[in-house]
Design a protein around this ligand. Structure first.
Ligand code: ATP
Ligand code: PRP
Length: 223
């Protein structure tokens, strides 16, 4: 009896997703694995959402928190942007699949009138506002550019407009946000897409139930 209960629990699966684009863009991949989330996170106040499988639940967390839930095993697997994973560091996570969703890139941008290349050439110490402090530090260190990183949590594009920084490091997709704020990309740092992340212990202990889902995600995520 004890064993049956323990076994049942070990076969429960929890998937961590964030609301918005990650949740939406993950839906076709879940469908390919035969999983339907039966409540809408945009209208439900629930943070644990049911699916058409009694033993599979979806938890809704902040995009930046997905790796933490998976690292500690509070979620068995999740979907997170490469940007978020780089900031987290990836400890305790197995990253088997690039899902090719939520595609964008990480760039350095500055106001149109600011001669970024000249400032760098002259060795000026630049203030750079970003949500991605780790990626920004690595980028500028590799180029030997001296910067003061100013950590922000949103509306990054505002910083140079009000004198908080000379430049920013942020995500760009269509470029509309930069254009709307008279900013231009001055350096491309990295292409970004979202990855499936899996708790390393769950992969071993729940492989029977997890592996077919990972395989379905892998087959459905075309470039
Ligand atoms: P948090 O709620 O923790 O602040 P967030 O607001 O960045 O996170 P989303 O905007 O849903 O959360 O972004 C989730 C992921 O989607 C990002 O980590 C990134 O990988 C990707 N992403 C962000 N902006 C874009 C965009 N404009 N186009 C495509 N993908 C994007
Ligand atoms: C992201 C990112 C940029 C914007 C870039 O913001 O932080 O501001 O998208 O996309 P674009 O090049 O297509 O304009 P998001 O839309 O996620 O808003 P948020 O940061 O407020 O969540």
């Amino acid at each position: 009896m004890m064993n049956a209960t323990a076994n049942n629990q070990s076969q429960q699966l929890i998937l961590a997703l964030s609301k918005g684009r990650i949740f939406e863009e993950t839906q076709p991949l879940l469908e390919a694995a035969g999983i339907t989330v039966t409540e809408d996170p945009e209208t439900s106040r629930k943070l644990i959402l049911p699916t058409n499988h009694d033993n599979i639940k979806v938890i809704i967390v902040r995009a930046t928190d997905v790796p933490t839930y998976v690292q500690y095993g509070a979620a068995d697997f999740g979907v997170a942007g490469k940007d978020v994973l780089q900031e987290h560091g990836g400890a305790g996570l197995y990253q088997p699949v690039d899902l090719h969703i939520a595609k964008c890139h990480l760039s350095v941008a500055a106001p149109k009138g600011f001669d970024y290349a000249n400032a760098v050439r002259k060795g000026a110490r630049l203030r750079v506002a970003t949500k991605y402090a780790q990626a920004a530090r690595e980028h500028f260190a590799a180029k030997g550019v001296h910067v003061d990183i100013i950590k922000l949590y949103g509306s990054i594009e505002l910083a140079p407009l009000v004198g908080l920084s000379e430049a920013i490091v942020d995500l760009v997709s269509t470029g509309n946000t930069l254009r709307a704020n008279d900013l231009v990309e001055v350096e491309h740092i990295a292409d970004i897409s979202s990855r499936l992340v899996v708790n390393q212990a769950a992969l071993k202990l729940k492989r029977d139930i997890l592996q077919p889902i990972l395989d379905a995600f892998g087959r459905a995520s075309v470039e």
